[in-house]
Design a protein around this ligand. Structure first.
Ligand SMILES: [Zn+2]
Length: 428
């Protein structure tokens, strides 16, 4: 389909020309073929009048576990290790592929409705996540998470390999399969080494949890005498393009390793605050030139998948803890949620509105009171928008939501199936 978007305040995320006022965008197939003040629609074009509203790249959620919508609000207000080992892991043991499929669909509906077009997922029953992403038309980096201190990791790694073989580059490249070692505290040396080796052989990306809590670091030092970053580095994880979630407790040396190995950090401010894990040192990472993205984490620890919220929190949190309003500007935060996310996910062709990129675009309602007046569209997107202003969403040139109506997800069905699954698993 050809789409012509006219009369827009376009946030391009291009360094030279970040905003085009009164601009037009032309989409042909899955690509953006024109961005600027001119351009004319063709006869075959569907014309969308943005009526002076903000048009921007779809947000990129660089770290989540989409099926955890099933456990939204299931266990709150607990420390990470109690929450994870006493509550979440037990509940997860009862899940099945059907529940994960519909839980993922609810997550995707929430993401599309709040402006996310691309996400990185790490979980299990990942085939269900891949099927749901293809159906929803979302861009997704999906990893079957590997855990195991002994030989028990092998079956999980085999599943990860099978997932790669079946789904990598599916749906015209919208779905990419990553590999994942869950964390230093759930994986042994052999699991980490073998997963890293296979990932490298297949040229895939790696997605991990890294230094999320003080306890994780303390236990790692007690067991190995080194930090999680140093251990993963010595076991070959960073020989792959790696997306490392959290990174709340990094030493100077850890940061140097991440920079040298071109590791992207996905910062999860809400999840880190809710689990009282701490606050990542985003300013130091920026100064080191480390690529930073933003993630929501799963809905059991956020408890939403709304990137607009985490985007704003990212900017506010750093200012607040350092008593400096000049750090992590609106531009910096939005860069992390778009271009930084694209870098973390190994997707160079999204995150910016520019010719040749995939058409992953969201259109905000120009009559939303929270977006009036337009002094600075980037400021509005970061500090004023709540996600509810997202009117239309286009992913890979396909309209997945128009005037707030979801086009690719039957939410009524997904909701009913989620509730049915939870009853079956005795989780409700
Ligand atoms: Zn996580």
């Amino acid at each position: 389909m050809n789409i012509f978007i006219k009369n827009a305040e376009i946030i391009t995320m291009d360094k030279e020309n970040p905003v085009i006022s009164g601009g037009n965008i032309r989409i042909s197939g899955n690509k953006i073929v024109y961005v600027g003040k001119d351009g004319v629609p063709c006869e075959s074009d569907k014309i969308i009048d943005a009526r002076g509203g903000i048009v921007m790249p779809g947000l990129i959620n660089a770290h989540t576990h989409v099926p955890m919508t099933l456990l939204r609000g299931y266990a709150d207000d607990l420390p990470l290790h109690t929450w994870l080992f006493d509550k979440i892991f037990h509940a997860e043991d009862r899940l099945d592929s059907d529940a994960v499929y519909y839980g993922a669909k609810v997550a995707m509906a929430e993401m599309i409705k709040s402006g996310t077009t691309t996400f990185a997922d790490m979980y299990f029953f990942s085939e269900s996540v891949a099927k749901a992403a293809i159906k929803a038309g979302m861009n997704a980096n999906i990893a079957r998470c590997v855990t195991g201190k002994e030989e028990d990791f092998k079956e999980r790694l085999n599943e990860a390999r099978a997932l790669f073989d079946e789904y990598n580059c599916e749906n015209d490249g919208a779905v990419k399969i990553d590999f994942s070692v869950h964390a230093i505290y759930t994986c042994g040396k052999q699991a980490v080494r073998e997963t890293s080796r296979l990932c490298k052989k297949l040229g895939a990306n790696m997605h991990i949890h890294l230094s999320e809590t003080m306890k994780e670091n303390g236990d790692c030092y007690a067991e190995y005498g080194k930090s999680p970053t140093e251990m993963f580095n010595s076991w070959g994880v960073f020989e792959n393009k790696t997306n490392a979630a959290h990174c709340v407790y990094l030493s100077e040396n850890d940061m140097n390793i991440l920079k040298e190995k071109n590791v992207s950090v996905s910062h999860n401010p809400t999840s880190n605050l809710k689990l009282a894990s701490g606050v990542a040192n985003i300013k130091e990472m920026q100064e080191k030139g480390i690529s930073i993205a933003i993630g929501t984490d799963g809905t059991a620890s956020n408890n939403a998948l709304n990137m607009f919220f985490d985007l704003k929190l990212c900017a506010l949190l750093q200012k607040g803890i350092r008593l400096d309003p000049t750090i992590v500007s609106a531009e910096d935060a939005l860069f992390m949620a778009t271009v930084g996310g694209a870098e973390a996910l190994g997707r160079a062709d999204t995150g910016r509105i520019k010719e040749g990129n995939r058409a992953d675009i969201i259109i905000l309602d120009s009559f939303a009171p929270s977006l009036i007046p337009v002094h600075n569209p980037i400021s509005l997107a970061v500090y004023s928008a709540s996600g509810a202003e997202v009117k239309t969403s286009i992913i890979g040139g396909r309209i997945v939501m128009e005037d707030r109506e979801l086009k690719t997800i039957d939410l009524e069905e997904a909701k009913a199936k989620v509730n049915e699954s939870l009853k079956r698993m005795k989780l409700i």
